[in-house]
Structures are given as C-alpha cells and as structure tokens.
Design a protein around this ligand. Structure first.
Ligand SMILES: [Fe+2]
Length: 204
C-alpha cells in the first residue's frame, strides 16, 4: 500500500500564500482521497508490487486518474519550498531556461500564461523532452506529461481546490505565489536526472 507522503515543511510555512487550512483540505483530504481510492483499486492485484510510476504508465480510467493525481500532488508538494533563495545562474536548469525562454522573467510570464489559460482543472508544468529540450505545457484533469515521454521538472496544481480557500477565484494570484516559492534544487535534480522523478520513494 502507498502512504500519504510527509510534507517537506510545516503546513504553516507559506503564510501570505497558502494557509494551514488549505493544506488541511488540499493535502489531508483531496490528495488523501486520490491515494485511498488508488490503494483500494490495487489491493490484491499485481499492481501492489509496482512503483507508482509504473502504475501511472500502465493504467487507464479511474485507476489512472487516482494514481496520476497521487503522483502529481506528491510532485507538487516538492515543487514548492517556503523560503527559496533566488535561483542561482549557476544551476544547469537556470542556464537552460535562459537559453530556451530568454530570461527567468520571460519563463515566469510564459508559465503564468499557460497556468491561467488551462481551461478548467489541470496542471501547469515545466518539462524536458527526450532530447533535453525544455517546454512549458498544461494538462487537463489528472493527465501528466510523463505519459507523453516527457520528464516533469516542476508543476503547479491549477485545480480550483488548490487556490479557492486562500485566493477564491483568483488563479493568477495563486500562480504568482507559486512562482515565488519554486524549489529550484528539486527542479535542478529533476533536470539532471534521466528518468521520471521517483515519487514512490516518498510513499512506500
Ligand atoms: Fe490538487
């Protein structure tokens, strides 16, 4: 069985952007429900022995939705950090962002546009493709770029449940806060890696 991963910070750590109440719902209820449903679906099957990444890659329908949402949320919790230092220009991912988008400000502008343009529920992502090229994209509902052969580097949850408690309908304010709390060390590690980031390790 998979377990709800520990948050890598206190739920009070994001004052001014995300309240403890929003973690009580988003993490302890929404994320937990996806996880509980996935665990029920795989109980007694061979999928129990798989990694979460393998389940996402091999499932469809309801199991895919709950497994992918379990992965996406764990990845999101690690994509943010309470007090990030300014991203170092020495990071390889920052060099790649500057090369691809022109500057960090332009990256932020394009990421914001993608995140607020995703109609309805979904996710905004920074990914790299198999050739190492960076791309900003969004996916709907539970979908994840890993099923398109792309490696996620960062994600921002743009389901309404992610921002309604603290920001009501103001998705742009929530996305602005996300961009000010990016965990650049996590992003760099994912950029330097050759595989889909391992979220199973946080959940087994
Ligand atoms: Fe969410």
């Amino acid at each position: 069985m998979f377990r709800l991963p520990d948050l890598p910070y206190e739920k009070s750590a994001f004052a001014g952007w995300l309240s403890p109440e929003s973690f009580d719902f988003h993490y302890a209820k929404h994320h937990k429900t996806y996880l509980d449903k996935m665990n029920s679906a795989i109980e007694g099957t061979d999928q129990q022995k798989m990694s979460l990444e393998q389940i996402v890659a091999s499932s469809k329908g309801g199991l895919f939705n709950n497994a992918a949402q379990s992965w996406n949320h764990t990845f999101f919790w690690h994509s943010i950090t309470p007090k990030p230092p300014a991203p170092s220009p020495q990071l390889e991912v920052v060099k790649a962002i500057n090369k691809t988008f022109g500057s960090l400000d332009e990256f932020r502008a394009q990421f914001t546009n993608t995140a607020i343009s995703q109609f309805g529920s979904g996710w905004a992502w920074l990914v790299k493709d198999s050739g190492g090229k960076l791309e900003i994209l969004s996916t709907g509902n539970a979908d994840t770029p890993m099923t398109q052969g792309k490696i996620p580097l960062l994600t921002c949850d743009v389901w309404e449940h992610a921002y309604y408690i603290d920001h009501r309908n103001a998705r742009p304010k929530f996305v602005e806060g996300f961009l000010n709390h990016i965990n650049w060390d996590f992003c760099e590690k994912n950029y330097l890696g050759k595989d889909i980031p391992n979220m199973t390790a946080f959940m087994k």
